[in-house]
Design a protein around this ligand. Structure first.
Ligand SMILES: Nc1ncnc2c1ncn2[C@@H]1O[C@H](COP(=O)(O)OP(=O)(O)OP(=O)(O)O)[C@@H](O)[C@H]1O
Length: 267
């Protein structure tokens, strides 16, 4: 039997825009079912890396294979790679229910109101309701988007992205704007979700080291558009590599709850 193709394979990849090298010499492979944390300081190229990886931006040098192919039908690709970003909600009608918004993910839309409901069946609604329920977010179904908390929004965005049964979910800074309690609640939910065998591969972009849950068995550290280190989280997320990448000393890196918490500052 043929092994499943890698989700993403990048070899010597560069991405240059407006005479600026945003990504350089990127070599990275992500296999089906793996969970990766994409870590790095502001402006280091995390989002650009994942955009190029997923075909939302086109690399300017090197080779990118997505699902084993160099050129792949981008429409097909969009359905296999679910992009979860708070920005999506800026385009969603605030009065739309969470359930309708989740249903709209099946059609690659930002809510059903924008598209009319003509293609949507009762089966689509039933699937969306079941998905929300299975993800422990069933209570959100009837709520309008405008009342959802930051954590609930992320839950609904993840559910929306899963309506096409993607092989990879990309979470772009899902904890942005959350206070510590909201963040811990969301991360507990995400960790439990990642334990489910039905959950696809996850790549989470963040600049906060302590958000790297134990379920992220792989980590990629990027600085100034170049991969500093990529591999097993324990090997990648070290005080030395963090200090070098973030440009600030790490006095201590504490392991607590399976997560690494840096105490920034010179020892
Ligand atoms: N289209 C573009 N044209 C020019 N520069 C760009 C473009 N897109 C990104 N950049 C620059 O590339 C660098 C990397 O941006 P990117 O958004 O990938 O970083 P990031 O690590 O995700 O940052 P943050 O954590 O702040 O969101 C930044 O300096 C940004 O200004």
């Amino acid at each position: 039997m043929q092994p499943d193709p890698l989700l993403i394979e990048m070899q010597g990849v560069g991405f240059r825009q407006q005479k600026t090298d945003i990504l350089q010499d990127v070599d990275w492979r992500m296999a089906p079912g793996e969970h990766w944390a994409i870590l790095g300081p502001n402006g280091s190229g995390k989002t650009s890396l994942m955009r190029v990886a997923c075909g939302y931006r086109w690399h300017t040098s090197g080779v990118v294979r997505r699902l084993g192919e160099e050129l792949i039908d981008l429409v097909k690709l969009r359905g296999r790679l679910g992009w979860v970003s708070g920005e999506v909600l800026q385009h969603a009608p605030p009065e739309e229910s969470a359930l309708s918004f989740v249903v709209s993910g099946r059609f690659g839309q930002m809510g059903l109101r924008a598209m009319g409901e003509r293609h949507v069946t009762g089966g689509d609604f039933a699937d969306a309701a079941q998905l929300l329920e299975a993800m422990g977010a069933g209570a959100l179904a009837e709520k309008p988007l405008r009342v959802l908390s930051q954590g609930e929004r992320q839950q609904v965005l993840v559910a929306r992205a899963r309506m096409t049964e993607p092989l990879l979910l990309v979470l772009d800074e899902p904890c942005a704007g959350m206070d510590p309690a909201a963040r811990e609640r969301f991360l507990a939910w995400l960790g439990a979700l990642m334990e489910e065998p039905s959950t696809p591969a996850v790549a989470m972009i963040t600049h906060h080291v302590e958000e790297v849950l134990p379920q992220f068995e792989h980590a990629l550290l990027i600085g100034a558009g170049r991969i500093v280190s990529a591999g097993a989280t324990a090997d990648v997320v070290t005080a030395e590599s963090l200090a070098a990448t973030y440009g600030v000393g790490v006095a201590r890196l504490e392991l607590h709850g399976g997560r690494r918490w840096p105490l920034w500052g010179t020892p």
